[in-house]
Design a protein around this ligand. Structure first.
Ligand SMILES: Cc1cc2nc3c(=O)[nH]c(=O)nc-3n(C[C@H](O)[C@H](O)[C@H](O)COP(=O)(O)O)c2cc1C
Length: 218
């Protein structure tokens, strides 16, 4: 798959959460997913554990069933947002834009060509893990870098992705749809993947570095 003409810095600056600009029509060849996955698994894992697994879903009936659970998770999220909004007494327009985009994804998830569900072997809610910060950090950090590699590789190939977690209240129900052994395996996210409508994306507006970075002393 030919790569977009982006420098490494441009790639890092323009890999955005893409929702409304996902192309719901253009098919994504499995060969491109394989390319992105090959790059994903170059990421590190704790003590070379490679206890990651990646569920790729392209089957329309399975995507439809997953999308229904995602929508339920989204509805729970929306309820929480609405009550938070009432407390704040009015909405911020940037936040409203993101919410409209989040709604769009929830309405259209079944039509996204590919869903990727990153998983780790083991349960993050197992007692010895749930109360141990080192275990938690080790398990999450043994898959998150790989997923981000995947998302960067996808962007470099003209595709868009978005980190999502809204299906996770229904992790077990979604797991059953695609045969994930939910007693032994934890899903950590769901990444929709599609070609993007246009390939130009902007850098995000973030808090200034001096607000978030400390040097030598907190
Ligand atoms: C841990 C995590 C969970 C997220 N969950 C969702 C989600 O369930 N649905 C969704 O549409 N976006 C989700 N997002 C995307 C964020 O809303 C997104 O990062 C934010 O809109 C900023 O986008 P930007 O990186 O393009 O600036 C998630 C992002 C992260 C890092």
């Amino acid at each position: 798959m030919p790569l977009l003409d982006l420098t490494p810095d441009e790639l890092l600056k323009t890999t955005r959460s893409v929702r409304k600009r996902l192309d719901l029509v253009k098919p994504v060849p499995m060969s491109v997913i394989d390319e992105c996955m090959d790059l994903a698994i170059q990421a590190p894992t704790s003590t070379y554990g490679e206890n990651w697994r990646f569920m790729i879903v392209t089957d329309p009936d399975k995507k439809k069933a997953i999308a229904e659970w995602y929508k339920k998770g989204h509805d729970l999220f929306e309820l929480r947002q609405n009550s938070a909004e009432e407390e704040l007494n009015g909405a911020h327009s940037a936040k409203n834009r993101v919410l409209s985009s989040i709604n769009y994804l929830a309405e259209n998830l079944k039509d996204i060509p590919v869903l990727m569900i990153p998983c780790i072997l083991g349960r993050l809610d197992a007692e010895q893990v749930a109360y141990n910060v080192q275990y938690q950090a080790t398990m999450y950090a043994s898959i998150i870098p790989a997923v981000w590699n995947f998302m960067l590789a996808a962007r470099a190939r003209g595709m868009g992705t978005c980190w999502t977690t809204l299906h996770l209240p229904f992790e077990r129900e979604v797991g059953k749809i695609v045969g994930i052994p939910v007693e032994e395996v934890t899903q950590i996210a769901m990444i929709p993947v599609a070609f993007t409508l246009g390939t130009k994306f902007k850098a995000a507006a973030r808090r200034p570095l001096n607000e978030v970075m400390r040097l030598n002393d907190w």
